[in-house]
Design a protein around this ligand. Structure first.
Ligand code: 5AD
Ligand code: FES
Length: 358
């Protein structure tokens, strides 16, 4: 079938997805134009911000692609103090960011759970609860997820990384800490507790096929998630997956594949929130702009104190590591205006898809 006919369809089937993922050149441009059109029609030209706070690189997991995996002993481990985290949230407020996202390596000991609960309460005290709070703190028990939700967090990101069990175990150790089915259960729990739930995958992984990626898109639709984050895989030299770096698509192909994933998902789920991941900007100086123009509508500028950012390198050469939060603030505003988009300040920027479902 030709691309135009597929782009006119109401409901995309698996075979359409595979066909669109393979689109090149002019066909790819058509797909991206259509996705931008759909986004502008349904969500306008607005971009939401989440000030990103990288709380800690201490992690109990050892994902085979991740630079801060537990078994990487070249990383200097840090955990921000509670006052530092609250300071980042205050800075978010000063910069008029409506929302913060707290991300961390995975820990599930009682001290950690209690610290996060306290932090949520303290951030909620800033300006009468005006800041939205997204958590990205890995797999936790239902009780923990509930505690944090009741404390005031309302969004949670937990990427499935790959929705294909076989591929999942090629990029994670096969042991009790890395259980594909537990991860799926966590996503279901988050959805059932009422979180605006986000998930996502890396694009351009070794062993990953277009068929895998099409299934990832179907997974997002089947779960009816409110948010999705997808970014290119970037090989990290201190990880077990690094030797396979010669088997992945080129930088340009990974970028294009990520853009196609974003664009197709925008057609499938027109009103969800989709982030233009920092990994996009890492492999292409205009990567975030391209993602926004392919259908993404959220950006996560980094608020982590600069002295810790070098230690949170989940992949090498991460963008903005040496930029001050204030610099990112003005930089982003200019960058978004340059492509005809407008940042919405002082708003939580909830997923329209989620709000309608409620
Ligand atoms: N390249 C790209 N993305 C990565 N992530 C982890 N390691 C890498 C890498 N090497 C992504 C994962 C994780 C998110 C925090 O960062 O998808 O969920
Ligand atoms: Fe960080 Fe531009 S967003 S410097």
């Amino acid at each position: 079938m030709d691309i135009e006919a597929i782009l006119r369809k109401e409901f995309l089937e698996k075979e359409d997805l595979v066909r669109l993922l393979g689109a090149q050149g002019e066909e790819m441009k058509q797909l991206i134009r259509k996705a931008l059109e759909v986004k502008l029609e349904r969500l306008d030209n607005r971009v939401h911000l989440r000030g990103l706070i990288e709380l800690s690189n201490v992690c109990r997991k050892s994902c085979l692609y991740c630079g801060v995996r537990r078994d990487n002993d070249r990383v200097t481990r840090y955990t921000l103090t509670e006052d530092q985290v609250v300071g980042c949230a205050r800075l978010a407020k000063q910069l008029n960011y409506g929302s913060v996202a707290i991300q961390s390596g995975e820990r599930n000991d009682p001290e950690f759970v209690a610290m996060i609960t306290r932090l949520i309460h303290r951030i909620k005290e800033i300006d009468n609860g005006s800041l939205g709070i997204t958590l990205s703190l890995g797999e936790q028990s239902e009780e923990t997820y509930r505690r944090w939700f009741e404390a005031g967090a309302h969004r949670y990101l937990l990427r499935i990384e790959s929705s294909d069990e076989e591929l999942y175990y090629r990029i994670h150790p096969r042991d009790e800490r890395h259980d594909f089915h537990r991860r799926l259960d966590c996503i279901d729990t988050l959805l059932s507790l009422g979180y605006q739930t986000g998930t996502g995958v890396m694009v351009g992984l070794p062993f990953q096929t277009l068929d895998n990626l099409a299934n990832d898109l179907l997974f997002f639709r089947r779960k009816d998630v409110a948010m999705v984050g997808m970014g290119p895989y970037i090989p990290h030299p201190d990880t077990p997956l690094y030797p396979y770096a010669d088997q992945i698509p080129s930088v340009e192909d990974r970028m294009n594949l990520t853009l196609k994933m974003i664009a197709i998902l925008r057609l499938m789920m027109p009103e969800i929130n989709m982030v233009a991941a920092t990994a996009n900007q890492t492999i292409d100086p205009l990567g975030r702009e391209k993602a926004i123009q392919a259908g993404a509508n959220v950006i996560m500028p980094n608020l982590t104190p600069n002295e810790y950012r070098e230690d949170y390198l989940i992949y090498p050469d991460k963008a903005c590591v040496s930029d001050k939060p204030e610099e990112c603030f003005s930089c982003l505003d200019i960058r978004m205006r340059a492509i005809g988009h407008e940042i919405l300040y002082n708003e939580w920027g909830d997923s329209v898809a989620f709000t309608k479902k409620m």
